[in-house]
Each structure stands twice: as structure tokens, then as C-alpha cells.
Design a protein around this ligand. Structure first.
Ligand SMILES: CC(C)(COP(=O)(O)OP(=O)(O)OC[C@H]1O[C@@H](n2cnc3c(N)ncnc32)[C@H](O)[C@@H]1OP(=O)(O)O)[C@@H](O)C(=O)NCCC(=O)NCCS
Length: 213
């Protein structure tokens, strides 16, 4: 799913389910006290990441989160990871060509009651209502959430700053694209164009910022 919405040159690896693998000791230490599901998603997404990295010519290395939780990639690589029930994926790209990549996956289900109000702007909620009338088969509220998570994963490695949900205004388009406008002073990118896709069980969103821009 993610492969189809990321540009050529970004390596993607996905898993529906889990993969049994041995973590590096530094990685194992991160999830030593975690519940079983957290250990499974952490491990499986790293299996994805190492496969994708291999296609960039990178040998297997520990992929440990930084203090903010963001993955630390090998020198010369940018990337992003995501996991949700039944789906894990990693995307990596050469830093010489890409500044940042962000991916997110969510179950294809409406958000729990009350969440949309916390993660959206009034105009976004109005747009979602119109989208819902025209394309009721897509849970647009969940898709908006996923898009904002992907935008954050692009944003954070470039800024090391938090971005609140109301600081990005996202226009979702039925053609599988989205536009995010950054509503903060001096952002590294004022707008970000990305793509989304809806599978039977999951929604995926992704964006990548090329180096030239
Ligand atoms: C960090 C965050 C985006 C992760 O998204 P999520 O939907 O909860 O979880 P996902 O499974 O999709 O992604 C988890 C992965 O994101 C990555 N991640 C975590 N923090 C990150 C950060 N600060 N920057 C980039 N990637 C990060 C990690 O690789 C993590 O997997 P891992 O812990 O196994 O290494 C989310 O938890 C969060 O903090 N959101 C609040 C900020 C936000 O989204 N603002 C919206 C601005 S418009």
C-alpha cells in the first residue's frame, strides 16, 4: 500500500502481521519492559526497516529511538516507520536526495468519539463533512488523523520541535492526495504535498520532501 503512494527512490517494506527476529541488544533494551504487542510491533517494523535499508546498500544496524522517540537512521539515510494492528511498514531514502520522509498507518475505522475535535480545525471538520457526503466509504476523520501523524514524522527530524495538531491545516482530496499547510512561523516547508491510500483494513499516508526544494 505504501509503495504505491511514495515517490520512486524511497525504499518501502511492509508486513501484514509479524516477523520473528532477534533485536540488537541496544534495541532489545528499549522494549525490555514493554508489553508483548509493543515488542512485536517494535521488532517487526525493524525487520521491515532493515530490509528496506539493505536495498539502499546499508548493512543491518541497531535502529534505536532518540529521546523524542524518533528513529535514528544510519548516516546518509532519512526514513520513517509506522505500525498498527495487523500492519507494519518502514520507508527509507538517501539523504542526498530527500530531506525527510514520513509514513503513517491506521485501521480503516472512524476515530473514537471526541478525538476529531481534538485533532482538527473547524474548517477541516467542514471539509470532512462534505467528503463524507460524497464518499461515505472512507473514514475521513481517521484519514485526517493519519495524515497529520505523517506530516509530524516529516516535520520532526527537520526541526526537533513538536507540532500541535492545530498547527497544520490539511486538505484531503478524493484523488488520493493531500496538502498540508504549516501554520507556524518560519517552517522548513510552508506546504507539504503527500498521498494516501485506503486498503480493506488499513489507511496509509505518506509524504517526502525532496532535497532540491
Ligand atoms: C510520534 C507519533 C507521530 C507516532 O505516531 P503513531 O500513529 O502514534 O504511531 P506509529 O506506529 O504510526 O509510529 C510509531 C513510530 O513513529 C516513529 N516516531 C516516534 N516519534 C517520532 C518523532 N518525534 N518523529 C518522527 N518519528 C517518530 C517511531 O519510529 C515509532 O516507532 P517505534 O517506536 O517502533 O520506533 C505520535 O505518537 C505523536 O506523538 N503524535 C503527536 C504529534 C502529532 O502528531 N502532531 C500532529 C501535527 S499536525
Amino acid at each position: 500500500m505504501l509503495r504505491s503512494i511514495l515517490p520512486e527512490g524511497v525504499e518501502v517494506e511492509e508486513l501484514h502481521g509479524d516477523s520473528v527476529a532477534v533485536l540488537f541488544p541496544q534495541e532489545a533494551a528499549v522494549v525490555a519492559d514493554a508489553v508483548a504487542e509493543r515488542r512485536r510491533e517494535f521488532t517487526s517494523v525493524r525487520v521491515c526497516a532493515r530490509k528496506a535499508l539493505r536495498r539502499l546498500g546499508c548493512p543491518p544496524v541497531p535502529l534505536v529511538p532518540d529521546a523524542a522517540g524518533a528513529p535514528v537512521w544510519p548516516q546518509g539515510v532519512v526514513g520513517s516507520m509506522t505500525h498498527c494492528r495487523g500492519y507494519r511498514a518502514a520507508a527509507v531514502a538517501p539523504a542526498g536526495r530527500w530531506q525527510s520522509v514520513g509514513v503513517d498507518a491506521e485501521p480503516r475505522l472512524p476515530l473514537p468519539a471526541g478525538v476529531l475535535e481534538a485533532i482538527s480545525l473547524p474548517e477541516e471538520r467542514e471539509w470532512l463533512r462534505a467528503l463524507g457526503r460524497a464518499h461515505a466509504e472512507i473514514p475521513w476523520d481517521r484519514l485526517l488523523f493519519s495524515t497529520k501523524e505523517a506530516v509530524y514524522k516529516v516535520w520532526f527530524p527537520l526541526t526537533a520541535r513538536r507540532l500541535e495538531f492545530e498547527q497544520a491545516r490539511v486538505t484531503l482530496r478524493p484523488d488520493g492526495s493531500f496538502l498540508a499547510e504549516l501554520l507556524v512561523p518560519r517552517p522548513p516547508f510552508r506546504t507539504l504535498v503527500g498521498r494516501w491510500s485506503a486498503g480493506d483494513e488499513h489507511l496509509v499516508t505518506a509524504a517526502a520532501v525532496p532535497r532540491a526544494t
